[in-house]
Design a protein around this ligand. Structure first.
Ligand SMILES: [Ca+2]
Ligand SMILES: [Ca+2]
Length: 486
């Protein structure tokens, strides 16, 4: 759940256009508009009546976020902590104070401002299982969980993934980040004598690894080794019963990671790294971690909100047992709180989709449609916009999550004359991305926003005019007109 606070490199005008649409008092994530959540708000659908549990390791910075108007008052939220040492503030997977949960809650709140937020945190596997039980017992219908646990198997059969399946069977729509591990994952057959992975370690790196396999009878361990003055390698750490290594900060020596098969025959294992990339040893396929690997989890990959390309780091399917994951992708690299621009990773994407789930549940309840997990999942997946090749793929699943599936309505005005001033105007419940004008098949101009006025020079005879409008959620419409110049 590494949260990158990268600076956003969007154009100032695009940012201004999106941020201008935000309600007063708080900045709203660009991802909300990219999903066309504003098309829901325009119809009074804001997630009210739905409790969303934001499950995380820690909620540092909560007071400041509430004071800034980025989250509702504490009295309007619920909180529950299963971290008996640090309470709701919590610590991240490496034991460091974290505001990750607060950032995620802000995103859910931006997308579904009417949803009732329940902030829940945990510190370890037992705490996670307790939290799942508490969420089920409290009948909370949507969970936003942006964390990955790196002890395998990664085939949906581990205890944490089974717990998520149980929650789903009890009516919880569990939205989970698929993980940021496409470049921090290795899959291969380790030797009994040990297979070294080439990791570009650096002084000061804090490292933590996990391993898993599905083949019965196989056992394998991770060995973190440091080179000795005489050139030999000594083991400093070994993966424990949870198939993970404890966080370790590297000093200036030479370090390596070795995967050792200790039982069973040749069989593939998956190795995940919490922090550092695997360089030339990285294997993007199969990099979806736990509990996103659970059948009951809606696993979410990452696409920067302005574009249509899956982020390089976004974990890819399939799972160890060959199931397709992620289920879909959501927007990331957003600003939901102006003090934290560029909140990135599949974490942010999953929080957006959890907010979307609250909107869609609200819509289902308001219109008398079924709002059970299967109905909501089916609706969310069916609305996704395919990215790239049609059909699900290992990087983007069913495509980009969105609420708005309605194309804009376009009007084209064309006064008579040889050089008419054409007017294009688009109406949409969501936010318009652009309008484009084509003349005789050639693109004349594309402008951001909902309208354009453009003088065109018409050739003698028939001139084919085409206006295309596209909203931020990717819905497109075009209208055509033939203008004759005598
Ligand atoms: Ca916000
Ligand atoms: Ca639309």
């Amino acid at each position: 759940m590494v949260m990158n606070r990268l600076l956003v490199s969007i154009s100032a005008s695009a940012a201004a256009a999106v941020l201008a649409a935000a309600p007063a008092g708080a900045v709203v994530s660009q991802g909300a508009f990219r999903m066309g959540a504003d098309a829901a708000w325009a119809r009074g659908i804001d997630g009210h009546g739905t409790r969303v549990a934001v499950l995380d390791t820690g909620f540092g910075g909560l007071t400041q976020s509430i004071a800034a108007g980025e989250l509702p008052a504490l009295a309007e939220m619920e909180t529950m902590s299963f971290d008996r040492v640090n309470g709701l503030d919590g610590r991240d997977n490496l034991g460091v104070p974290t505001q990750h949960g607060t950032r995620m809650a802000e995103i859910v709140h931006d997308v579904a401002p009417g949803a009732h937020l329940v902030l829940v945190n945990y510190a370890d596997d037992d705490g996670f299982l307790e939290a799942v039980g508490w969420i089920v017992a409290n009948g909370i219908p949507v969970v936003s969980h942006s964390n990955s646990i790196l002890g395998g198997p990664f085939d949906g059969t581990g205890p944490l993934s089974r717990a998520v399946d149980g929650a789903a069977a009890h009516g919880v729509l569990w939205v989970n980040s698929s993980g940021n591990f496409a470049e921090r994952h290795w899959r291969g057959v380790p030797a009994a004598t040990g297979t070294e992975l080439t990791i570009p370690f650096a002084i000061g790196d804090t490292i933590a690894f996990g391993i898993g396999w599905s083949t019965p009878g196989v056992e394998a361990v991770l060995s973190v080794q440091r080179q000795q003055p005489d050139g030999t390698w000594a083991q400093v750490q070994r993966s424990n019963g949870t198939r993970r290594t404890a966080p370790l900060t590297l000093d200036g020596g030479a370090w390596r990671l070795v995967v050792i098969r200790t039982a069973g025959g040749d069989a593939p294992v998956d190795v995940f790294s919490r922090t550092v990339g695997f360089g030339g040893s990285s294997v993007p396929d199969g990099s979806v971690a736990t509990p996103a690997d659970a059948a009951g989890a809606l696993a979410i990959g990452a696409v920067p909100w302005q574009g249509g390309e899956v982020a390089r780091y976004s974990s890819r399917g399939p799972t160890e047992d060959g199931r397709a994951k992620p289920d879909l992708v959501g927007p990331t690299y957003v600003t939901a709180n102006p003090l934290f621009p560029g909140t990135a990773g599949t974490s942010a994407s999953a929080a957006h989709v959890a907010g979307l789930a609250a909107l869609i549940r609200d819509e289902h309840l308001a219109s008398g449609r079924p709002a059970d997990v299967a109905a909501l999942r089916a609706d969310i997946v069916s609305r996704a916009r395919d990215l790239g090749t049609p059909g699900p793929d290992a990087a983007s699943g069913a495509g980009m999550a969105r609420f708005d599936v309605t194309p804009p309505r376009l009007t084209l005005s064309a006064p008579r004359g040889g050089t008419p001033l054409l007017g294009i105007r688009a109406l949409d419940d969501g936010t318009m991305a652009s309008v484009t004008l084509r003349l005789n098949g050639r693109r004349l101009r594309t402008t951001p926003g909902p309208q354009m006025r453009q003088r065109v020079w018409l050739a003698k005879g028939r001139n084919r005019i085409e206006a295309v409008g596209r909203d931020l959620a990717g819905n497109e419409v075009s209208i055509r007109r033939v203008l004759v110049r005598r």
